[in-house]
Design a protein around this ligand. Structure first.
Ligand code: CMX
Length: 130
């Protein structure tokens, strides 16, 4: 398992890019909309791992609700796994609540699934199949 990206909830990608691109000097890789997750994502490279700035595109988005409640900041960690079904079954055997019992298709056509933050010490985890 390895770290794929760190998701940061932001109110405005344009405003926050200044911190990550200009202040920290990271390279912007892409900006894309993920309709299924109701977010616009700016991806910045940090030695092969990514920082993803997440901006909601709808008030129904998980990111919109998160910012309303907690404000901007760390939203989730995403780990790359070889076999996502096997990883989910392994986590379930530890009585960890899966938000997605069955993987969904995320950015780049890859299988993804989220694990509930309440069973992960307050950290939302995303698994993504390599
Ligand atoms: N990190 C840590 N805790 C979080 C959280 C997050 N990102 N999002 C919600 N929570 C906490 C809330 O603070 C709340 O805690 P309390 O009960 O102590 O107040 C609890 O989880 C329940 O949260 P809620 O506000 O009632 O929100 P919901 O239950 O409606 O949804 C969650 C929470 C995690 C199930 C939902 O956000 C979800 O399904 N997330 C997965 C999808 C997602 O986040 N997509 C956006 C990113 C997409 C991408 O990167 O591609």
């Amino acid at each position: 398992m390895k770290l794929d990206h760190i998701g940061i909830a932001v109110k405005s990608i344009e405003d926050r890019l200044h911190i990550w691109k200009d202040v920290l000097g990271l390279d912007l890789v892409s900006i894309e909309e993920i309709k299924d997750q109701k977010v616009k994502v700016a991806k910045l490279d940090i030695c092969g791992t990514h920082i993803e700035l997440l901006k909601s595109t709808s008030e129904e988005s998980a990111v919109f609700k998160f910012i309303e409640k907690k404000g901007e900041g760390l939203h989730h960690l995403c780990f790359l796994v070889v076999d996502i079904e096997k990883a989910l079954a392994g986590m379930k055997s530890h009585n960890v609540r899966l938000i997605d019992e069955v993987p969904k298709i995320g950015a780049g056509g890859k299988k993804i699934a989220f694990i509930h933050p309440k069973d992960m010490g307050g950290v939302l985890i995303e698994l993504r199949q390599e």
